[in-house]
Design a protein around this ligand. Structure first.
Ligand SMILES: [Zn+2]
Length: 248
C-alpha cells in the first residue's frame, strides 16, 4: 500500500507543482497525532460531555461556569499539543511557494504554530478569549481559571473566541475562503470528511472553477481526483518531500 501511495503522491506532487496556487482544507484528523482527539471520536470530549449541554451558545449564556469546566479541560489538551509532521509539511509547502492558504475547521492554532501565515479559521480559535460585555480580547494562555467563569476587568464574562453551536461562522472567514477556493488550482483536503458546511462547499466551489481535489484521509470521503489513504502525519511529509524533490 505504501508503494501505491508513493506513486499517487508523485502524481499529486506533479499536480501541485503545475498549479502554484494550492489551498488546504483541514479538519480534526490532522491534529489527532498532536494529542487532540476528534470531539466525536474515541476519547473525544463529547464522550464525556453532552454537546447540547456544553457546546451551544445558549448553554454558555445559561451557565458559563459549567461550560468552562469542559473548556478548562480542552484548554489543557490544546496547550500541551504541538504541531505534528502533517502541520510541519504544510508549513514547508508554504515556504516552497506552493501553498497559498489553509482553511481549517480546527480551533487549536497548530497551523500558525507550525509557521503557516495565511490561515482561515471557520470556527475561530481557542488561543484567545473575548469579553461578552466590552469585546476586549485576551490571550487565553495567561488566563487564571481558579474561579469560573473567568471575567474581564470590566466584570463581563470571558468566552473563548471560538464558534459555539448556534453561533454564525465569522463572515470574513467565509468570504476569504470562498475567494481562495474560486481562484486556486488544487485543494488538498486533509483529515476531514468535509460533510459539514461551510467546509463541505469548498472543494466543489474550487472544482467548478477548474481546480483538482487531492484527498488525504484514512477513509475515502470525497470524489477526489487523487485519494491518498492514510493518516495525515504519514502522507503529508511524503507528498511535500516529493514536491521539494521534483521542484529542486
Ligand atoms: Zn470586558
Amino acid at each position: 500500500m505504501m508503494d501505491r501511495n508513493m506513486l499517487l503522491s508523485s502524481a499529486a506532487a506533479e499536480i501541485v507543482l503545475a498549479g502554484k496556487k494550492t489551498i488546504a482544507l483541514t479538519g480534526a484528523g490532522i491534529s489527532v497525532a498532536s494529542g487532540i482527539p476528534a470531539f466525536r471520536g474515541m476519547g473525544g470530549l463529547w464522550e464525556k460531555y453532552d454537546p447540547e449541554e456544553y457546546a451551544t451558545i445558549e448553554a454558555f449564556h445559561k451557565d458559563p461556569a459549567k461550560v468552562w469546566q469542559m473548556l478548562k479541560e480542552f484548554k489543557e489538551v490544546i496547550e500541551k499539543a504541538r504541531p505534528n509532521p502533517a502541520h510541519l509539511a504544510l508549513a514547508k509547502l508554504e515556504q516552497l511557494g506552493y501553498l497559498r492558504a489553509i482553511i481549517t475547521q480546527n480551533v487549536d492554532g497548530l497551523h500558525q504554530e507550525a509557521g503557516n501565515t495565511n490561515v482561515i479559521e471557520f470556527h475561530g480559535n481557542n488561543r484567545q478569549v473575548v469579553c461578552l460585555k466590552c469585546g476586549s480580547k485576551y490571550p487565553s494562555k495567561n488566563l487564571v481559571l481558579e474561579k469560573l467563569p473567568p471575567s474581564c476587568a470590566c466584570g463581563g464574562v470571558l468566552k473563548p473566541d471560538a464558534v459555539f453551536f448556534g453561533e454564525p461562522i465569522p463572515w470574513e472567514a467565509l468570504s476569504r475562503s470562498h475567494s481562495e477556493a474560486q481562484s486556486c488550482h488544487v485543494v488538498l483536503v486533509i483529515g476531514t470528511s468535509a460533510v459539514v458546511e461551510p467546509a463541505a462547499s469548498i472543494p466543489y466551489i474550487a472544482r467548478r472553477a477548474g481546480a483538482k481535489i487531492i484527498e488525504v484521509n484514512p477513509e475515502r470521503a470525497l470524489s477526489a481526483d487523487i485519494f491518498l489513504r492514510g493518516p495525515a502525519e504519514e502522507i503529508m511529509p511524503m507528498l511535500v518531500e516529493e514536491v521539494a524533490r521534483i521542484s529542486a
